[in-house]
Design a protein around this ligand. Structure first.
Ligand code: SAH
Length: 327
């Protein structure tokens, strides 16, 4: 490094930050005093400031972070069945303007740095009790992870590195994308082995392009080609998210179309009943229609779950993350 220190020092530093959760250089007692002083002058170790932690009735918690420039992002901690899943953000706002998504109405302010991405996890872990930590991480908060590619990959490496980083199994990490084909192809080549989730939301181009402008750049054929080429371990699947919108994409014929689209893909489908927000023009379909859609997929042999979002009462559900940008 720039300070001329040995790789050994680097390992010590990584151990303090990622293993012991200590970010104040002054507390890193096994580092020589001179080195600590030099480091404190040049580098900064800081976690995003936790502005608010709002508990939901369902046990989840929404964390709102205030970043150094005043921008805000949120993350959601979701304990469930012995797991603790963290949904974290990769950008302030989002530039993809999916019609049903509240974050999409904000536009993109900026990318998060890898430090701000990993920082959300470090803070979340510090809020849990001694014997608990986040077990699964989904990149499904604000922003499009693959549009912030370099920081995404850097954060994935820190999260998965067993020696210097946090040692998470890549199979416990899931990167969710609107379908940036170039990004999916690049990620495939990194050899990271993380799970891939595709926000699909429609099985016909005409419907998908209306809901997701990105489909005009990469249509379903291009998207599915990239998905099929994504390397999977033996029992690994690609996840497909499908937000259920009343009268838009919830017809039985759409389910059948989806079955055809996914033929030959090791897929798991998550149906997400639409979460309402002020000013949205969409509605959640009646339960019976959601279940009928699910049955068609199940009968065709496609593993399909209905994902009831957590934290709806605290504005933490899928597509509800929005914070006043600066204050
Ligand atoms: N940009 C990435 C990461 C965000 S993930 C992506 O799109 O995959 C957030 C998930 O919630 C996406 O699948 C998104 O389509 C879905 N979503 C957005 N708005 C929603 C809403 N109002 N109700 C339910 N799901 C929504």
């Amino acid at each position: 490094m720039e300070l001329g220190a040995s790789p050994y020092r680097g390992r010590q530093l990584a151990t303090w930050i990622y293993r012991k959760g200590v970010t104040d250089v002054a507390e890193m007692s096994d580092l020589p005093r001179d080195f600590r002083t030099a480091l404190a002058e040049r580098a900064r170790t800081a976690l995003p400031e936790l502005e608010r932690a709002t508990p939901s009735q369902d046990g989840s918690q929404k964390l709102v972070f205030r970043l150094e420039d005043g921008a805000r992002v949120s993350a959601v901690v979701m304990p469930d069945d012995g797991r603790v899943t963290l949904c974290l953000s990769t950008q302030v706002g989002c530039g993809y303007a999916c019609a049903f998504c509240l974050t999409g109405t904000m536009g993109l302010t900026r990318n998060l740095t890898a430090s701000e991405i990993v920082g959300q996890l470090l803070v979340a872990n510090s809020l849990l009790s001694e014997d608990e930590r986040v077990t699964h991480i989904v990149f499904m908060g604000m922003g499009e992870p693959l549009a912030n590619y370099a920081a995404l990959v850097q954060s994935l490496r820190i999260l998965t590195d067993a020696k210097l980083g946090l040692g998470y199994s890549p199979r416990r990490l899931t990167v969710s994308t609107v379908g940036l084909v170039s990004g999916i192809e690049k990620l495939a080549r990194e050899g990271l082995k993380v799970n891939l989730a595709i926000s699909l939301h429609a099985a016909a181009d005409e419907v998908r392009s209306r809901l997701m402008p990105v489909n005009r750049a990469w249509n379903l054929e291009a998207l599915m080609r990239a998905v099929r080429a994504y390397p999977l371990a033996p029992r690994q699947h690609v996840f497909f998210e499908y937000v259920m919108l009343d009268g838009v994409n919830d017809a039985p014929e759409e389910a059948q179309r989806l079955v055809r689209l996914l033929r030959g893909v090791r897929a798991k489908v998550n149906l997400i009943p639409f979460n309402d927000w002020d000013g949205s023009t969409f509605r959640r379909p009646p339960l019976a229609r959601i279940l009928a859609f699910q049955s068609i997929l199940l009968e065709a042999g496609v593993t399909t779950t209905v994902r009831w979002s957590k934290g709806e009462d605290i504005g933490a559900a899928c597509g509800q993350l929005k914070e006043p940008a600066v204050a």
